[in-house]
Design a protein around this ligand. Structure first.
Ligand code: GRF
Length: 211
């Protein structure tokens, strides 16, 4: 059995999609939130999954928080650490500690629109295609080797909310897929490049037509 740990800050819908995917041979050992009011904790509790809150505000520095978080994660000796709407920047030491086994999902087609408010930024830029990206985490924010992307059309009349909902539905498809690939041992980082075995060419691209 391979263990993985999920970190959340809020709603936790990506966490839920990953847990519901019931990846064979893998078990989520803990869901850790950096906010006591993270809504997603309720689902994890319902599922009988160990949950933990580490409120970053209780720590004097980013490094202090990261060190406690790493200690808690390491108790589970996870094969993979999954950032699922974890809205806290992690320091370089933390990221290096989990190099090659730390994944994130970002609601844009990276490298376009890193940071916050991606859907509003996409609308302001007038792009016709938007989406989401699962990537391995490196010290640079919203960067790192790309595992899988889902593209959706931007439709006339979209606002940030309608566009976010369209993207989120695809997030729920691609993140469980990426986590499963990793935990099945088919996905790895090799000298900074993503290697995916046993999947057809193009498996890292999910393109959803309009309509
Ligand atoms: C998602 O859009 C994710 O891509 C971004 O934050 C949002 C989190 O949503 N990083 P949820 O907590 O998974 O519902």
């Amino acid at each position: 059995m391979k263990n993985y740990v999920i970190l959340i800050s809020g709603r936790g819908s990506n966490m839920e999609a990953i847990i519901r995917a019931q990846i064979p041979g893998a078990e989520v050992s803990a869901v850790i939130a950096n906010r006591p009011d993270a809504e997603g904790l309720a689902f994890a509790v319902d599922q009988g999954i160990l949950t933990q809150v580490l409120d970053h505000k209780a720590y004097p520095s980013r490094e202090a928080f990261d060190a406690v978080l790493a200690a808690e994660i390491d108790r589970h000796a996870p094969a993979l650490v999954v950032l699922a709407g974890f809205m806290r920047v992690l320091g370089e030491d933390f990221v290096r500690r989990y190099a090659g086994r730390l994944m994130n999902i970002h609601p844009s087609l990276l490298p376009s629109f890193p940071g916050l408010h991606t859907h509003a930024a996409a609308l302001a830029a007038g792009v016709r295609i938007h989406g989401a990206t699962v990537h391995f985490v490196t010290p640079a924010l919203d960067s790192g080797p790309i595992v899988i992307q889902a593209a959706v059309p931007v439709l006339p009349g979209d606002d940030a909310g309608t566009l976010a909902a369209r993207v989120l539905a695809r997030e729920h498809m691609i993140y469980p897929r990426a986590v499963r690939w990793f935990l099945e041992g088919r996905l790895r980082l090799d000298q900074g490049r993503v290697v995916l075995a046993g999947e057809p060419t193009g498996a890292g691209a999910l393109i959803v037509p309009a309509g």
